[in-house]
Design a protein around this ligand. Structure first.
Ligand code: DAH
Length: 356
């Protein structure tokens, strides 16, 4: 009997000691503070690690008499949760203070933003458009995905003209004819079909032809089309405008010459050469030692084209011209390989920084 009393007395004491300890720890945890990651880790070790005070209490838990186990168990769990939460909240607070304030230097200059450069074709296209804008031409654009009518029909191509051949044209759908435009002359038709003269437009854009890609040919390239339709337009006007353009683009000393040619949409037609601006007309490999390089096609708008597009050919006349932007860029910057234009190699593009 005595031993039982002794034992229960001992157990009773144990129970009170434990409750006191738990109570003390609960209060202590409320007051915990940390100033570094190390502080937090030390607290974790002190309270929660295997040898920490809370697991030690839990080990002691088995000595608590059965009647009190429930009460003590609830308290220990409360303590454990509180310690976990406290340490986690210290961690969270420390993490968020860790990065700002101390680490951010608001006086430091911003990282420089790397600026890109304009693509050489864009530079040259803008320059061409700019020159013609100053001569009173306004900008017009049309779709790259076109129909047979605007690319060929309205431009007076005969039904069996070889340019309609599958060899040259990319077809999106065979019927109805949806194609990628092979030249910007289609924009002439797009504008004439809803505008009456005077029309004075400059039309830059991308065109597509089914060609094998090489240094000298590509399946897409860029053109600029010009069209002027009015009551009194002559071949002399055309020649004068083109001479002005050539001199603005390639320099005052530039000479031009016109050679007779053929296009379905102009009559008469010509191709225009400029004195080679690489060798100054002396003869070099670029101009094949002739001193001249071809830069565009031109002519008086065929009356049939005016009629096909709803313009009275008895009242109005016009001239038109079309040039390749890649060709003009090659002449200005001597880019030997056409593929460079579409490879997006920044080392190549950076070479045109000064021209931007
Ligand atoms: N469309 C022609 C081509 O792609 C270029 C051209 C030649 C356009 C003569 C014209 C022109 O407006 O009159 O080769």
């Amino acid at each position: 009997m005595l031993s039982i009393i002794k034992k229960s007395g001992y157990l009773c004491k144990k129970f009170h000691d434990m409750l006191e300890k738990i109570q003390a720890l609960l209060a202590e945890i409320d007051t915990l503070e940390a100033h570094s990651a190390e502080d937090i880790e030390a607290l974790r070790i002190k309270y929660l690690s295997k040898k920490g005070s809370i697991p030690a209490l839990m080990a002691d838990f088995r000595n608590v008499p059965a009647e009190q186990k429930k009460e003590v168990g609830i308290k220990i769990n409360e303590l454990k949760t509180k310690a976990f939460d406290k340490i986690n909240s210290l961690k969270a607070a420390f993490d968020s203070t860790d990065t700002d304030a101390d680490d951010i230097d608001i006086t430091r200059t911003a990282y420089p933003i790397e600026l890109g450069t304009r693509h050489p074709l864009t530079i040259v296209r803008n320059e061409i458009v700019d020159i013609f804008s100053r001569l009173g031409f306004s900008l017009a654009e049309g779709p790259e995905v076109e129909d047979d009518w605007h690319v060929f029909g309205a431009m007076n191509f005969a039904d069996d003209h070889p340019a309609r051949d599958m060899q040259d044209t990319f077809f999106i759908e065979a019927k109805p004819d949806v194609i990628l435009r092979t030249h910007t002359s289609s924009v002439q038709s797009r504008v004439m079909e809803h505008t009456q003269p005077p029309i004075r437009i400059i039309c830059p854009g991308r065109v597509y032809r089914n060609e094998a890609i090489s240094a000298r040919a590509h399946c897409f390239f860029h053109q600029v089309e010009g069209l002027y339709v009015d009551e009194d337009v002559s071949f002399t006007d055309l020649k004068q405008v083109l001479l002005l353009f050539a001199r603005e683009m390639f320099g005052e000393g530039t000479q031009i010459r016109l050679r007779p040619s053929y296009f379905p949409f102009t009559e008469p037609s010509a191709e225009m050469d400029i004195s080679c601006n690489i060798c100054g007309g002396e003869g070099c490999s670029f101009c094949k030692y002739t001193g001249w390089v071809e830069i565009l096609g031109c002519g008086m708008v065929d009356p049939a084209v005016l009629e096909l597009n709803g313009i009275d050919s008895k009242k109005y006349k016009g001239y038109a011209f079309g040039m390749g932007v890649e060709r003009i860029t090659n002449l200005k910057y001597q880019v030997k390989d056409l593929r460079m234009f579409s490879e997006n190699d920044t080392r190549f593009l950076k070479e045109f920084e000064a021209a931007n």
